[in-house]
Design a protein around this ligand. Structure first.
Ligand SMILES: Cc1cc2nc3c(=O)[nH]c(=O)nc-3n(C[C@H](O)[C@H](O)[C@H](O)COP(=O)(O)OP(=O)(O)OC[C@H]3O[C@@H](n4cnc5c(N)ncnc54)[C@H](O)[C@@H]3O)c2cc1C
Length: 386
């Protein structure tokens, strides 16, 4: 592969992870990450950092298991420390329909290798002090899941990429993709009117992926949706650690951060928009759900609100693979709110696809071709979304 060149557009967790894994597989290929701003400044910088293995599709579960293992062994693989803490991940519901989803999900997840426990309301009350649990029908708990620091993860990956010989270019905004006469990858045009040639190009632009693919006339259904997170001031009565807890009925999620509480969610149905400015007054919409589940938070001061864009697809699964009519152009985007946790596995899978080697996880269900067959894909819509 002497003289070969791969361009990766996007310096978030996904693009960096792909670049690192490619550098392990093709030591003589010139690998360049093109990031329009600063590395890690995109949606990855807004992520809460939750890492879970509870999903309803096998593809998502296998990606999550592989990624979680990489987070657990991060230092020896990439160097640096994203502070992965196994605080556990808990889903709860008070409704019959969602209880059936969780029960069926747990059976499937066990089949796919996830250690998941079914909890009664009483079990949940013991696990999460301060939570109102009387009405709960069911909880499902994965003790080995947890949370990590997205900023620390991207900066560790950037260093790992540079050590592996990857060129990481910041301030390099790609204006359009370039095709040859057959429609195959030829390179990219940058905003500064220079061009870069490459016969393999990976588009990993998170929520901004669709506009770039539109430059070659493609319409890929990855749309940006506002997601907001709130942090309270220190609360003396709040437990220092609780599992990352999701109320599946309202979409509210919550975890401890030092002596404070971080919560968010419940905004899954916002209209698509690239406006990622925080909207602090939206906390009122979550208010009822929050206080119903966490009465202790009724007077908690909110000291910080931040927001970003989740890159959603119609079936809440990522899009990973080569574009069928455009050989050499690969997409790795649209992870629908679970791209941070899937990043390490997506790096391995995409690098394998780019080099033509067998991927460690069968991600064919995430192929971009699925949108041609059926807008919802053939694995069904992901049920564990909030
Ligand atoms: C508030 C919030 C909370 C979240 N919490 C979690 C969580 O707990 N767990 C989890 O797994 N996921 C979470 N997510 C989702 C997660 O953040 C994303 O799925 C993940 O970060 C996607 O990574 P990425 O590398 O694809 O995208 P990004 O980090 O956005 O990287 C894409 C990069 O491409 C660059 N780019 C775009 N266009 C161009 C161009 N034309 N030229 C050059 N560069 C370009 C951007 O500047 C950006 O840096 C959350 C998201 C939000 C908004």
């Amino acid at each position: 592969m002497a003289g070969a060149s791969v361009l990766i557009i996007g310096g978030g967790i996904i693009g960096l992870s792909i670049a690192f894994e490619l550098a392990q597989l093709e030591t003589r290929t010139r690998i360049t990450v093109l990031e329009r701003n600063r590395v890690g400044s995109g949606t990855t910088s807004k992520a809460t950092g939750g890492i879970r293995t509870q999903f309803s599709s096998e593809a998502n579960v296998q990606l999550a298991l592989l990624s979680r293992d990489r987070f657990a062994h991060w230092q020896s693989i990439y160097g640096g420390n994203p502070r992965f803490a196994r605080i556990g991940y808990l889903f709860v519901t008070a409704g019959d329909r969602q209880a059936a989803v969780l029960r069926t999900g747990a059976l499937e997840q066990r089949r796919w290798g996830v250690e998941v426990s079914l909890l009664t309301a009483h079990d949940v009350a013991r696990l999460v002090p301060g939570m109102a649990t009387e009405d709960l029908r069911l909880g499902t708990f994965t003790e080995s899941d947890g949370i990590a620091d997205p900023g620390a993860a991207t900066s560790a990956l950037e260093s790992a990429c540079r050590r592996a010989g990857v060129e990481v270019r910041e301030g390099a905004r790609v204006q359009s993709l370039l095709l040859d006469a057959r429609g195959a990858a030829a390179g990219v045009a940058l905003q500064d009117e220079t061009t870069l040639a490459a016969d393999r190009v990976v588009v990993a632009c998170g929520p901004w992926t669709a506009p770039l693919l539109a430059t070659i006339g493609l319409s890929v259904p990855i749309s940006p949706h506002h997601r907001q997170v709130y942090r309270t001031g220190p609360l003396p009565t709040w437990p220092s650690t609780i599992p990352l807890t999701v109320d599946l009925d309202t979409g509210l999620y919550c975890h401890s951060d030092g002596g404070a509480v971080v919560f968010g969610g419940g905004d899954r149905d916002t209209a698509p928009s690239f406006d990622d400015r925080p909207r602090p007054s939206d906390v009122a919409q979550l208010g009822e759900a929050l206080i119903q589940r966490w009465p202790l938070l009724s007077d908690a001061p909110i000291v910080h609100t931040w927001a970003g864009l989740r890159e959603m697809t119609p079936d809440d699964h990522g899009v990973v693979g080569e574009l069928p009519d455009h050989p050499g152009i690969f997409v790795a985007a649209g992870f629908s709110g679970h791209g941070f946790m899937q990043g390490p596995a997506v790096g391995l899978v995409t690098a394998a696809l780019v080099t033509g080697s067998p991927p460690p996880v069968d991600a064919s269900a995430l192929s971009p071709t699925r949108f041609r067959l059926n807008q919802r894909g053939h694995h069904g819509t992901e049920q564990y979304v909030f």
